[in-house]
Design a protein around this ligand. Structure first.
Ligand code: C2O
Ligand code: CU
Length: 664
């Protein structure tokens, strides 16, 4: 069973235990002598079941259970034991016909167990990992306060009905002892809650060093000075583009019209291509996108000053302003660009385009294969709920004579993953995130998972029959290649939804890797979840990293040359496509199982619910880099942080109150 499923199961068990303990409390309070013992037993059993689900989750990783093991379960266990001891004997007696089973201590203790169960669940959903002393103190005091309040409600009821069998004197003594308990308990709960709240206001660490040194002797350099070269490599040319951001009404291939935000009035923006070694020079202008725009080169390891992150590597380009990017097209492969300002809105509305760099002598890195005869760049994007592929030219059918070599460059420009099936031909996944795989096997009848922001290049030789590219198992949409022109003749795509997913961690041939987990100079753990956190100064039900939201997540500090390892854990029930700027990461393992196929270098990897990924990279590109979830609304809701080289500073941080990735 997957960890994600165990997480769900544990939530269900936790919810059941809350329901069962409350039901036990209510039936007992209502003196349902027959029902109450049964419900109490059920509550105890569900509580034991939770011990089981938590134990299973613990086996998957401490991150999944820390708050449950250290706080939730002990608290519930203690309260449940108290409830059984205090309510049990009288209930047993009642079954034998002696009394009603009811007692103040019984009712209060059973309700306290219910509060403890509820508190544990709330802590899991609002706080998660890591548990802090402050959270523990506040939670325990709230449960105690709940118990005291319940006593205040139940005890007078005891007084009123005390005439029935219980001596008044005894009742009176009990009440006064309770009053004493109430005062001292209330004071203790208040003190603990106060201490907890106070602790939560302690300033957070601004930086984590991941086990490495905290400062360097290198001279400081500003990101503003980390710019690209002014000339191409020998033999290369300069590729000049002017991209003007503006609002425009755009007609979609599907027929509809959208009010888009565009580069040059087109969606996607102009396709930028280059040959390895060329210099790419793009002048970004802004006509009328009020909040501002930038250009971020997704997956392309440009010098940091070209990275296009407002408030970090530059200022956002406001209407009437411009910014010129220059960088060498040294990396071959499929990439894309998009605005990094208010990106959760801007990219969605159309501020993106493709970037493709091909080898200089028609040579691919893995051998002397000539460039493919049909080379299509296919950004997949959703407008108004409709998946649009490809974009601008609107063509979803292409002629491809049999024998043609074809490369389909898929780019996911959405915030959610897409499932891709290439029906009608065997093919190879030649490259992922722009980087060639080592000896990719020929596959067919498989589904490919394309993470948000990710790219995959599919290569094949055109057969004599039609080929269909199916997105999200929608057999009628997607793209068709026809061997004999544009004539009719359906590709006859079957149901693709049951095809197994290709696991890229076991695909292709292994090859020497430059480093492994043991070589890491620094190690950072990122636990992804939802929870209560401050995002940009406002409390929110945020998307969190280690319990915090942007910009309160500590910067990760690295030094040039370090090998840096990330452990990325997803405690939540949503997928998080993790994306580090400026560096590809080498996948080491997923859920503890090492990657055994071709070395896999990614810039965006999907961390699904319950998954744990280990990746590493070498810090060879000085700068301050965004490290975030590429589900852009998640990033907006707090799930982003910075990876900072120890010698690099920024003059743009906080300027104009800007925040990387989103606006106001
Ligand atoms: Cu494609 Cu920071 O993003
Ligand atoms: Cu996310």
């Amino acid at each position: 069973m997957t960890t994600g499923l165990w997480i769900v199961l544990d939530h269900v068990a936790a919810l059941l235990s809350v329901a069962a303990w409350f039901a036990a409390g209510v039936t007992l309070a209502l003196r349902r002598t027959r029902l109450a013992p049964a419900v109490l037993v059920a509550a105890v059993l569900v509580t034991l079941l939770r011990v089981g689900t938590v134990a299973m989750l613990a086996g998957r990783g401490w991150w999944f259970v820390q708050e449950k093991v250290l706080l939730g379960l002990p608290m519930l266990g203690a309260a449940a034991a108290g409830a059984v001891l205090l309510a049990g004997p009288r209930l047993l007696a009642a079954r034998r016909g002696r009394g009603t089973g009811w007692s103040v201590s019984g009712v209060v203790s059973v309700f306290t167990a219910a509060y403890a169960a509820l508190a544990g669940l709330v802590v899991t959903f609002l706080v998660g990992y890591p548990l802090t002393l402050s959270t523990a103190l506040i939670t325990i005091s709230l449960v105690c306060a709940g118990a005291l309040l319940t006593m205040r409600v139940v005890a007078p009821a005891a007084e009123e009905t005390a005439g029935g069998g219980i001596p008044l004197v005894l009742g009176g003594r009990l009440i006064s002892r309770r009053r004493f308990l109430g005062w001292s308990g209330g004071a203790a709960a208040l003190t603990a809650a106060g201490a907890g709240t106070g602790l939560s206001f302690l300033p957070a660490e601004a930086v984590t060093v991941g086990g490495g040194a905290g400062r360097s002797s290198r001279a400081a350099v500003s990101v503003a000075d980390l710019r690209g070269p002014g000339s191409p490599a020998p033999g290369g040319t300069v590729r000049r583009h002017v991209l003007t951001a503006k609002k425009a009404t755009v007609r979609l291939a599907s027929g509809g019209e959208i009010d888009a935000w565009t580069y040059n009035g087109e969606v996607p923006g102009p396709a930028i291509s280059a040959i390895q070694g060329d210099l790419i020079e793009v002048r970004l202008r802004n006509d009328d996108i009020e909040g501002g725009v930038t250009l971020h080169w997704h997956g392309y390891d440009v010098p940091c000053g070209e990275d296009g992150v407002p408030g970090l590597t530059q200022l956002a380009v406001r209407p009437g302003e411009e910014f010129v990017h220059r960088f060498r097209a040294d990396q071959v492969g499929t990439y894309w660009y998009h605005t990094h300002h208010a990106s959760h809105v801007g990219v969605h509305r159309g501020l993106y385009g493709t970037l493709v760099v091909t080898p200089r002598h028609g040579q691919r890195a893995d051998g002397p294969a000539a460039a493919e005869q049909l080379d299509l760049t296919l950004p997949v994007h959703t407008f108004d709920g409709t998946v649009v592929i490809p974009g601008r030219d609107g063509r979803t059918e292409h002629p491809a004579p049999p024998g043609t070599t074809v490369r389909l460059r898929l780019i996911n420009t959405d915030s959610n993953p897409h499932r891709i099936v290439l029906a009608g031909t065997p093919f190879r996944v030649a490259a992922v995130d722009g980087r060639d795989l080592n000896q990719p096997d020929e596959v067919r009848d498989v589904g490919l998972r394309l993470p948000a922001g990710g790219r995959q290049d599919l290569v094949f030789r055109m057969p004599g029959t039609p080929v269909a590219l199916v997105v999200d198992d929608d057999r009628d949409g997607g793209l068709r290649l026809r061997p004999h022109g544009d004539g009719p003749g359906e590709a006859g795509v079957g149901d693709t939804s049951a095809l197994p997913e290709l696991d890229l961690l076991r695909y292709g041939a292994p090859a020497a890797r430059p480093f492994g987990a043991r070589d890491a100079d620094r190690h950072f753990t990122l636990v992804l979840d939802r929870g209560l956190a401050v995002v940009d100064g406002r409390p929110a039900y945020a998307q969190t990293v280690n319990g915090r939201g942007h910009p309160a997540i500590p910067d990760q500090l690295v030094a040039e040359g370090d090998i840096v390892r990330f452990t990325v854990v997803n405690r939540s029930l949503e997928t998080h496509p993790w994306h580090l700027h400026g560096h590809p990461v080498l996948v080491l393992s997923r859920d503890g199982t090492p990657s055994t196929g071709s070395p896999l270098w990614l810039d965006t990897f999907d961390v699904r619910p319950g998954e744990t990924w280990e990746v590493a990279f070498r810090a060879t590109n000085p700068g301050i880099w965004m490290n975030h979830c590429h589900n852009l609304p998640h990033a907006e809701q707090g799930m982003m942080l910075r990876l900072r080289y120890d010698s690099v500073t920024t003059p743009f941080g906080g300027a104009h109150g800007e925040s990387p990735g989103h606006g106001h």
